[in-house]
Design a protein around this ligand. Structure first.
Ligand code: DNO
Length: 360
């Protein structure tokens, strides 16, 4: 398991590369050019700026999250070919700086969705929260304004230019079924996977978050059967999965240990975090510790270890603790604690394997 840490870039993150470097076992950053709109080719000079900063800090940049997919590709419009061409051009440049994994998603219009970015937990910390009932009545314009209220931070998936076209996008998706979304994904994968293979970059689809349709938009990366179908659309090790325990775990019907066991050799990247799911379907993001949420984090790490997992791993969203002012879900403190918990589980497994006795 190779530990990495998400970094949103100079001036776009409260966490510094120097701080990341001091978290035990972290070898690289998970990065992206967040100011390049989906569908555009990434400029090499900006990629090189990140490289220079990462090199200076002694961190690698092998994992990109995300190269976002233009809506026309997801909608299957004729213009998709030019956006696919741009995607390929970006792949070529990323290969040049040593990128090995591209995490991306195939969610129509929105990336992750929450109703509250700072919901208070019993211990006084705050965390991202999803209230099922509220989503049914959410005023999208208000939510967009709230998310974009801090002009210093762009939130991935909620970029102003994408959200400026909300009505138009909803109209475009009105007649797109899940089946069509799968067809459109296949078209994209057939064009991209052989190309990514040539450049030795593994594509890693991120599950939908939450893993069910919202706002009447279709969502397909929701659970084990659909993941199997997606990975089978183009059956190649380069068509991989970002195993995100928090996204999949929002639906308690998802058996994530089983997902890890079935797709282990197709998982180049893992996002590990916990959520507590309530009886009414609401969920809140908790600390990474297994007993704090409803996701079996220990079981997931055990399963990764049993499968000799050699891919990349990052802690995912953390709570906001110790008065940290940071991007929602992406502070330093709780994610660093999460990493130490993941290392604890991992090392205990390793020791158990070496000695046959846990704790020796
Ligand atoms: C949430 C992230 C997602 C992820 C994208 C991948 O914090 O895990 O935004 O980066 O869905 O494209």
């Amino acid at each position: 398991m190779k530990m990495v840490f998400r970094w949103f870039g100079e001036g776009n993150d409260t966490v510094t590369l120097e701080q990341i470097k001091q978290i035990p076992g972290v070898e690289g950053i998970v990065w992206a050019l967040h100011d390049v709109p989906a569908g555009e080719e990434w400029p090499m000079d900006k990629i090189l700026q990140v490289k220079e900063a990462a090199d200076k800090a002694g961190l690698h940049m092998k994992v990109v999250e995300s190269v976002n997919i233009h809506e026309d590709i997801k909608l299957g419009l004729p213009s998709r070919d030019s956006y696919i061409d741009n995607y390929k051009k970006t792949i070529v440049k990323l290969a040049e700086v040593g990128v090995k994994v591209i995490c991306y998603n195939f969610m129509p219009v929105f990336d992750w969705v929450r109703t509250d970015l700072h919901k208070e937990l019993e211990d006084g910390s705050t965390a991202l929260f999803y209230e099922k009932e509220k989503v049914a009545h959410l005023n999208l314009e208000e939510q967009v304004q709230r998310i974009n209220a801090n002009p210093n931070f762009t939130m991935p998936g909620w970029e102003p230019e994408r959200l400026g076209r909300l009505t138009e996008l909803f109209d475009a998706y009105r007649d797109v079924s899940e089946e069509q979304l799968f067809d459109n994904a296949k078209y994209f994968l057939e064009a991209i996977i052989p190309f990514a293979a040539k450049y030795d970059i593994r594509m890693a689809i991120h599950p939908d978050d939450p893993p069910w349709p919202i706002f009447g938009l279709p969502r397909i990366i929701t659970g084990q059967a659909n993941i199997r179908r997606f990975l089978g659309l183009v059956d190649s090790p380069y068509n991989g999965l970002t195993m995100c325990s928090g996204s999949l775990g929002a639906n308690p019907a998802n058996d994530i240990v089983a997902i890890v066991n079935e797709f282990a050799d197709r998982i180049p990247f893992a996002h590990i975090r916990n959520v507590r799911v309530y009886d009414n379907g609401d969920f809140i993001e908790t600390s990474h510790r297994t007993t704090d949420g409803t996701v079996d984090i220990a079981g997931i790490v055990n399963a990764l270890h049993e499968n000799d997992y050699e891919g990349f791993c990052r802690p995912d969203h953390g709570r906001h603790i110790w008065d940290e002012q940071c991007r929602p879900g992406y502070g330093l403190y709780d994610r660093a604690l999460g990493i130490m918990y993941l290392w604890g589980l991992w090392d205990a497994n390793r020791r158990k394997l070496q000695t046959g006795r846990m704790g020796d």
